[in-house]
Write a protein that binds this ligand. Structure first.
Ligand code: PHE
Ligand code: ZN
Length: 877
């Protein structure tokens, strides 16, 4: 059953609009029960538009009250309107002004696209296609116009009136109404439009730009939360300074405002001069926010701010180019965090994220190129591939061009394209022109789906002192792409000698090698290094120089050697991950490890822990044993998550039990009585301590009670949440009590409730589904809030493989049943939760079949949104 259109949009059909919008004046009259929107659009035909060409404006759930052209009401035969469009049958062949009026019901807008209300505050979300839910418009990113917005509202309900740009007028209107007029001089597409009206508190600060202009900064939130916005403000100011330093980018308006709202579909939105944020990415205080929350706030505040140049000043021609702004801006926010905190730790963090979410997407039924060429529902393409793989592609460009070359190219990009709505092709061209390189093969990264697999073999000939390295790439087929082209893969590397020091060579042939960079461009290349004094161990893909999977012939001993001696911190970490992933995966498939293997791994982990030169955050990452989902992904097919969980648990026991006393000692020694600060050093110390707690709880008898004690004694949320989450994931005898206590202690704080939901959903015991069902159907559960829904259901599908993929299908059905209900309220949230089913092809047959049966029932028995319908069809296909 299907109700919404299944029409597919193709990149190849792109054509500019026949009409331009020259300027936009909007007038919002906001009242308690409804909002009236008047739009005055100054429109003109393009030079090459034939007279009589109809003008078709987009709409979505709109109803036209009135329409006038150049001041005169239009006769019925001159236009046609329905909920989804407004057509002027034969517009004037000259510049004209179109006036329309519609009435909106923001209160009833649960899709959270367009104008809606969140806890009483009126706010908007227009990317990608929300503006058409506000007024009839050419709602596409290549239509750029200056906007002037007048808004009026009852002062008691909405003393604060905000929109894009600069405030140019405000005043009282009588009847308790007041108004404000905002003008944005920068041309922008409608998706960057924003308006907020509400009873909000704020904190203010200012930033003086590099050319000496003073910018007023404001962060708005519900009253009482102002103090919790301080870290966001600090992050904003640091972001503004960093973009000047690192990219020479200065802010361009006199004001920059951020508003935190509690109902929001994504993380945050870069509306020009008025960013709107999911409140979970603004509010922070030590008692209720974790170090990870602080880290996330810093990152997303920076991300949205950086969009002012990469997204707003230079925007996308069409939504197929989404990666142009998102991949680039994620790269920029990753670089910001690397500069502000620890670069290696950030790199490991980002790669871990890529491997847990993007690799599974790229290797499953939802795989798509970073620049797709078709879609049914654009909201389904705000994916980890567009964002995170998109960032990796930009990072590879930076690696290939080098720091100076990359900066030069970015300068050219800003110079050449400021004010444009442009494309990936134009972006690549800039890099070609700035560097003089031919990047046509490189461009395939944007156009092709799938994670390349690079296989490595090597050999050493002592007599001739030559070392040979053979590298081959393959990419498995992905939906719609049966054959693949080889990619240009930048491989940063080094050779390490038997004593652990870097080794040199006198000559190399077989491929382009520039310093420590190999450019792999064919299916297979063989490099021959001359003058290599001893058999080296290769350290490949240093810093994870390309988003690929690597398969080497390195033994466990070689890998543990790298873990100790590699000068590249990323590869030290990665070597440990590779070893433990292989041990768990093999055991899950019935190939037991040897006592020696475990001993050697344990020794390497302990050496890392004891190494005085490494920082705590890095050690925490190094001691982290890969999650069940990561191991399942590594196995790739016929996965039995119960076997993976059991193997992981038994590896942890084997690793930890002989050294439990030592680990407990280290855990104790890391306790601190310092006043909480979210800084990297303190956060690193906490993460190492909590990492040790996780090891002790999973692998020894003493962890469970240590966790319970930590929960009680904690003076900040990082430690308290870690203690609870670790207890729940291991389902210790204390876990249930801790969940109960946590819930009571923080009753009434919705963002802490999210933490409770996230942890609850990860309990591996057989009753977890029944408990979640009870939570979800409780009368007071906020069924329309995306954060609550995602915390519970998103966390279950992504991080509880044992229960989600149960052979009896109970986990799958729990989700599909929830999806049916959520879809009626908010299709975007519903479809995102459903993407968890992409894991099906990797599972053993009974689970796969149970999952498919649940999906088939969903398809057969319900009428679904386009969002859910598209995801469902792609997974079932
Ligand atoms: N453009 C936003 C970002 O990544 C994401 C977003 C997309 C937010 C769609 C809301 C809706 O910064
Ligand atoms: Zn973004």
């Amino acid at each position: 059953m299907r109700t919404e259109s299944e029409q597919t949009i193709y990149l190849k059909d792109y054509a500019p609009t026949p009409y331009r919008i020259v300027s936009v004046e909007l007038d919002f009259k906001i009242l308690e029960e409804s909002t009236r929107v008047r739009a005055q659009l100054t429109i003109e035909p393009r030079e090459d538009t034939a007279p009589g060409t109809p003008l078709v404006l987009d709409g979505d759930e709109l109803k036209l009250n009135s329409i006038a052209l150049d001041g005169a009401p239009l006769v019925l035969s001159a236009y046609a309107s329905d909920a989804n469009s407004l057509t002027l049958v034969e517009p004037p062949h000259k510049r004209f002004v179109l006036e329309t009026e519609v009435t909106l019901k923001p209160e009833a807008n649960t899709k959270l696209m367009g104008l809606y209300r969140s806890s009483g505050t009126w706010c908007t979300q227009c990317e990608p296609e929300g503006f058409r839910r506000i007024t009839y418009y050419l709602d596409r990113p290549d239509v750029l116009a200056p906007f002037k917005v007048r808004m009026s509202a009852p002062k008691s309900l909405a003393p604060v009136l905000l929109a894009n740009g600069n405030l140019v007028d405000q005043g009282e209107l009588g009847d308790g109404m007041h108004f404000a007029v905002w003008e944005d001089p920068f041309l922008k597409p409608a998706y960057l439009f924003a308006l907020v009206a509400g009873d909000l508190g704020s904190i203010k600060d200012s930033f003086t730009t590099m050319s000496g202009r003073k910018v007023e900064l404001g962060i708005y939130s519900t009253h009482g939360k102002e103090a919790e916005c301080a870290y966001a403000m600090d992050s904003l100011i640091r972001s503004m300074a960093w973009d000047e330093r690192r990219f020479g980018r200065e802010y361009d308006l006199d004001v920059f405002n951020i508003v935190a709202v509690s109902d929001f579909n994504f993380g945050a939105m870069e509306n020009k001069g008025l960013n709107i944020f999911n409140d979970r990415l603004v509010f922070a205080k030590p008692e209720t926010a974790t170090d990870a929350n602080y880290h996330g706030i810093e990152r997303v505040i920076a991300h949205e701010y950086f969009h002012n140049w990469t997204g707003n000043r230079i925007t996308c021609r069409d939504w197929f180019q989404l990666c142009l702004k998102e991949g680039l801006t994620v790269f920029r926010d990753q670089e910001f965090t690397s500069d502000e905190r620890s670069r290696p730790v950030q790199r490991i963090h980002d790669v871990q994220n890529l491997r847990t979410s993007q690799f599974p997407e790229d290797g499953g039924p939802l795989a798509h190129p970073p620049r797709p060429d078709s879609y049914r529902e654009i909201n389904n393409f705000y994916t980890t591939t567009v964002y995170e793989k998109g960032a990796e592609i930009v990072r590879m460009l930076a690696t290939i061009l080098g720091e100076d070359g990359f900066r030069k190219a970015m300068d050219l990009y800003f110079e050449r394209h400021d004010g444009d709505a442009t494309t990936i092709e134009a972006f690549i061209k800039v890099f070609e022109d700035a560097s003089g390189r031919d990047l046509s093969q490189f461009a395939t990264w944007y156009l092709q789906a799938g994670t390349p697999k690079v296989s490595v073999t090597d050999s050493y000939d002592a007599a001739s002192q030559t070392y040979t390295l053979t590298l081959s790439q393959t990419i498995d087929p992905t939906p719609g792409e049966p054959t693949k082209k080889p990619l240009l893969i930048p491989l940063r590397f080094g050779l390490i000698g038997p004593n652990g020091s870097p080794m040199g060579w006198t000559g190399v042939s077989g491929a382009a090698v520039e310093g420590d960079l190999i450019l792999l461009d064919g299916d297979s290349v063989t490099l021959t290094f001359e003058g290599v004094a001893n058999k080296p161990i290769p350290s490949l893909f240093r810093g994870f120089s390309a988003p690929v999977k690597v398969n080497t012939n390195l033994s466990q001993d070689d890998l543990l050697f790298l873990a100790r001696h590699d000068s590249d911190p990323f590869n030290r970490w990665d070597a440990l991950q590779t070893v433990s992933t292989a041990l768990i995966a093999n055991a899950a498939e019935g190939k037991a490890w040897s006592e020696n293997d475990v001993e050697a791994l344990r020794a390497a982990l302990i050496d890392t822990l004891d190494n005085a030169e490494l920082d705590d955050a890095f050690k925490a990452q190094a001691l982290d044993i890969p999650a069940e989902t990561v191991v399942g992904r590594h196995i790739g097919r016929d996965v039995n998550p119960d076997a993976v969980a059991a193997a992981r648990k038994s590896l942890l026991t084997a690793l930890v039990s002989p050294v439990a006393a030592k680990l407990a000692g280290a855990y104790g020694a890391l306790a601190s009585s310092d006043v909480y600060s979210p800084d990297a050093a303190q956060a690193g110390r906490r993460s190492l301590r909590n990492g040790l707690l996780a090891l002790l709880t999973a692998g020894s008898e003493r962890g469970a009670s240590l966790a319970a004690e930590q929960f009680e004694a904690a003076t900040n949320m990082t430690d308290r949440y870690a203690a609870m989450a670790i207890s729940v994931r291991n389902w210790t005898s204390e876990a249930s009590a801790l969940l109960g206590e946590f819930r009571t202690r923080f009753a009434g704080d919705p963002l802490v409730f999210d933490k409770w939901l996230t942890a609850s959903a990860q309990a591996p015991d057989d009753e977890v589904i029944e408990r979640m069902r009870a939570t979800l159907t409780a009368p007071d559960f906020p069924k329309t809030n995306p954060n609550r829904l995602r915390s519970l259901l998103g966390s279950f599908v992504m991080a509880n493989p044992v229960q989600f993929t149960r052979t009896d299908g109970a986990g799958f059905r729990f989700i599909t049943e929830a999806v049916v209900e959520i879809d009626k309220v908010n299709p975007q949230v519903a479809s995102r939760i459903l993407t968890g089913f992409r894991v099906l092809p990797t599972l053993e047959a009974p689970r796969r079949e149970a999952g498919m049966a649940a999906l088939q029932a969903l398809k057969d028995q319900h009428s679904l949104s386009r969002n859910v319908g598209e995801i469902l069809d792609r997974i079932i296909a």
